[in-house]
Design a protein around this ligand. Structure first.
Ligand code: CMP
Length: 142
């Protein structure tokens, strides 16, 4: 097996074991693999800055992030998110600026999907779209 196809195979295996992607058909999964980027960020790195325009969606492969919202009196932590959880969906779904900042709490590996592919692949899958809408509604009010 060539290097490229074994990397593809391993990534496919990782994604098949990722709860969030369970409902994707094999063809959708393969399409996703072609568009996902994987990044590793260091502890303290600001992945998303509140107020910026939204261009990408993130799924945590490993590690931990915290979510912070600006209030009248400084910043408040609204959530801790770990492996298999996602963030960055809200600005893409609402077309509004990023509504919180997201900081890596440890070395964190992320799958990154650009807005166009998020809409084309994830929002087209009814189970995933539902999950994203549910999170949007829950997170909006916190
Ligand atoms: P977005 O607004 O694109 O960028 C900041 C992200 O932080 C946001 O999408 C959500 O993914 C995430 N976020 C905002 N508020 C919460 C919350 N209350 N709980 C968990 N995640 C949140």
């Amino acid at each position: 097996m060539s290097d490229a196809s074994s990397i593809f195979g391993r990534l496919r295996q990782v994604l098949q074991n990722t709860y969030f992607f369970q409902s994707l058909k094999m063809s959708e999964l393969d399409e996703l693999i072609g568009h996902l980027r994987m990044i590793r960020v260091q502890k303290g790195y600001e992945i998303i800055k509140q107020g910026d325009p939204g261009d990408a969606f993130y799924l945590i492969s490993s590690g931990k992030v915290s979510v912070w919202k600006k209030k009248t009196m400084g910043k408040t932590k609204v959530a801790d998110l770990g492996a298999d959880l996602f963030f960055g969906e809200m600005a893409l779904m609402s077309n509004e600026p990023r509504n919180a900042s997201v900081i890596a709490e440890e070395v964190t590996e992320l799958f990154v999907l650009q807005r166009y592919d998020f809409e084309k692949i994830l929002m087209k899958n009814p189970t995933i779209a539902n999950e994203l809408k549910k999170a949007f509604m829950e997170r909006k009010n916190k």
